[in-house]
Design a protein around this ligand. Structure first.
Ligand code: PEP
Ligand code: CO
Length: 442
C-alpha cells in the first residue's frame, strides 16, 4: 500500500468537506493550528485503546454519549449536567453488571456535522447547509452560512476550554463517589428513574462505608474518574493539522481527541476519511448503517486495521429499529468468519430519526429502546459481545425525543427544543435507557 502521511488523504476523494472561500486564510489558520499544543496525550490514547480491547472481550462496557452538535457557546452548567448524567448511567451500568464502564464523551470537539443535502432553500434563497460551528452558523443568512476558516481555530480553543472543565470536574471532587446522592438533578428526583437511582446510590454509600470499616483505603480510586473525548473525524483539514508524530513510538496520533469516528456518509473504502484514519493510532469508531455490505466492512477493516490490533476498531451499528434484525446478524457472521477483533457498539439514535407534522426532527424513545434490545438480543444469540452504546443525550430537561416514562408527545416538543442538529435524549430518558441496558448486560 502507498505511504501514509497526515496529508495523504488529499489524494483521495473527500466527501462533506467545506468549500472554504478564502484559501489563503485557510492556509494561515492551518499553519497556526499545526503549532498548537495537543489537546490529549498519546499515553491516554493508548490506555483508551487497551480499555476498548477489554470491552470487546466483555470485561468492560463502553458508554459513549453527548451532544449531536456542540456549539461555540458552551455553558458550565450544561457541561456539569451532561457529566452528571453520564456518571449516573455509569453507576447504573457498573452496579448492575459489576464491570468497569469506559466513559467517552461526544464533547470537547464535536463541532462538525455531515449533511445529506449540501444546500437548503430559506425564504426562496438557496444557502449552504449548516455543517456545524467548525464550518459555519445555523442562522439562515448567506453571511452565517459561508464557511469561515477561523472557525477551525475557534473549534480548537473551545475544545481546550471544555476539556479543561471536564478534566477539572473529573479530578476535583465532582465525580467523588461519596457525592453520589447529589448527582440527582431536581427534575430527575421526582421521576421513577430518580428514585431507582437513589436506591443504587444508597447501596453505593453503604458499600463505601463497609470498605472503610474494613480498612480498605480506596479514597483515591473512588474520588476521581476518567472521561475520554471523541468526535466525528469529518473536517480533515482540522484533524490532520492536529495530528502529531510521537517521537517515542514513531507513530502518528490525532491529538484533537482520544477517539475519532468515521461517519456513515464518509466511509467509502477508497475515500479520504478512510485514508486519514488508517494512519493514526487512536481508537477508531466505524458507523455502520443499512447500506454497509459485508464486503465493504471487510475492505474497511483490512484498510484501517490491517494487523487486526485489539482495541483499534469499534463498530457502531445504526440501522434503525425496523432494520437491525435484517442487517446485524450478517455483519456479525462476517466478522466472526474473518476473526476480526472489534468492539460492537449500538447507536440506536441515527437510524430512528423522523420529522413531526409540526416540523420538529425527533426520535421516538420506543424505537430507540427497540433497536437497543434487538442489538443485545442478537449478540446473545450469535454468541458475541454487545460491548457498548453510542448515544446523543444531554443532562438538560429538553423535549427533543418523544416517549419515555414521562410520556413526551409530539405536541410537547416545542416546550424546550434546543438542539442545533439531531434530537437528544434528556436526562430522564438517558437514565431510563441505562436501567434497561443494565438489566440485559448482567
Ligand atoms: C452522528 O453521529 O452525529 C452522525 C451523523 O452519525 P452517522 O454518521 O451514523 O449518521
Ligand atoms: Co447526530
Amino acid at each position: 500500500m502507498h505511504r501514509w502521511n497526515p496529508l495523504s488523504w488529499q489524494n483521495f476523494p473527500a466527501r462533506q468537506q467545506p468549500d472554504w472561500p478564502d484559501r489563503d486564510k485557510l492556509s494561515r489558520i492551518l499553519e497556526i493550528l499545526g503549532q498548537r499544543l495537543p489537546l490529549v496525550f498519546t499515553g491516554e490514547v493508548d490506555i483508551l485503546r487497551e480499555k476498548i480491547s477489554q470491552a470487546a472481550r466483555g470485561r468492560m462496557f463502553l458508554l459513549q454519549g453527548g451532544d449531536c452538535a456542540e456549539r461555540f457557546s458552551p455553558r458550565l452548567d450544561q457541561i456539569e449536567s451532561l457529566l452528571r448524567v453520564l456518571l449516573q448511567m455509569n453507576m447504573v451500568l457498573m452496579y448492575a453488571a459489576a464491570k468497569p464502564v469506559i466513559k467517552v464523551g461526544r464533547f470537547a470537539g464535536q463541532f462538525a456535522k455531515p449533511r445529506s443535502q449540501a444546500t437548503e432553500t430559506i425564504n426562496g434563497e438557496e444557502l449552504p447547509n449548516y455543517f456545524g460551528d467548525i464550518v459555519n452558523r445555523p442562522e439562515g443568512t448567506i453571511k452565517s452560512r459561508t464557511p469561515n476558516p477561523k472557525n477551525l481555530l475557534d473549534a480548537y480553543n473551545f475544545s481546550a476550554s471544555i476539556l479543561n472543565i471536564v478534566r477539572g470536574l473529573s479530578k476535583g471532587g465532582f465525580a467523588d463517589l461519596q457525592q453520589v446522592h447529589s448527582w440527582n438533578e431536581a427534575f430527575i428526583l421526582d421521576s421513577p428513574q430518580g428514585q431507582q437511582f437513589a436506591e443504587i446510590a444508597d447501596g453505593i454509600s453503604k458499600a463505601l462505608a463497609f470498605m472503610q470499616a474494613c480498612g480498605v483505603n480506596s479514597r483515591e480510586e473512588t474520588a476521581t474518574t476518567d472521561f475520554y473525548t471523541s468526535h466525528e473525524a469529518l473536517v480533515l483539514d482540522y484533524e490532520s493539522a492536529l495530528t502529531r508524530l510521537d517521537p517515542q513510538s514513531g507513530r502518528y496520533y490525532d491529538l484533537s481527541a482520544h477517539m475519532l469516528w468515521l461517519g456513515d456518509r464518509t466511509r467509502q473504502p477508497d475515500g479520504a476519511h478512510v485514508e486519514f484514519l488508517r494512519g493514526i493510532r487512536n481508537p477508531v469508531g466505524i458507523k455502520s448503517g443499512p447500506s454497509m455490505s459485508p464486503d465493504d466492512l471487510c475492505r474497511l477493516i483490512d484498510t484501517v486495521n490491517p494487523s487486526n490490533e485489539a482495541g483499534r476498531i469499534t463498530l457502531i451499528t445504526r440501522f434503525g429499529a425496523p432494520n437491525i434484525a435484517k442487517h446485524l446478524p450478517g455483519l456479525i457472521r462476517t466478522i466472526k468468519t474473518h476473526g476480526y477483533d472489534v468492539l460492537w457498539s449500538c447507536d440506536p439514535m441515527h437510524g430512528n430519526t423522523s420529522t413531526t407534522a409540526g416540523g420538529y426532527k425527533t426520535r421516538d424513545f420506543a424505537l430507540v429502546v427497540s433497536e437497543l434490545r434487538d442489538f443485545l438480543q442478537i449478540h446473545k444469540s450469535e454468541g458475541t459481545i454487545a460491548g457498548g452504546v453510542h448515544l446523543e443525550l444531554t443532562g438538560d430537561n429538553v423535549t427533543e425525543c418523544t416517549g419515555g416514562a414521562e410520556g413526551l408527545a409530539a405536541s410537547d416538543l416545542a416546550t424546550n427544543y434546543q438542539t442545533a442538529c439531531d434530537p437528544r435524549l434528556n436526562a430522564r430518558q438517558a437514565l431510563e435507557l441505562a436501567f434497561l441496558i443494565a438489566k440485559e448486560i448482567v
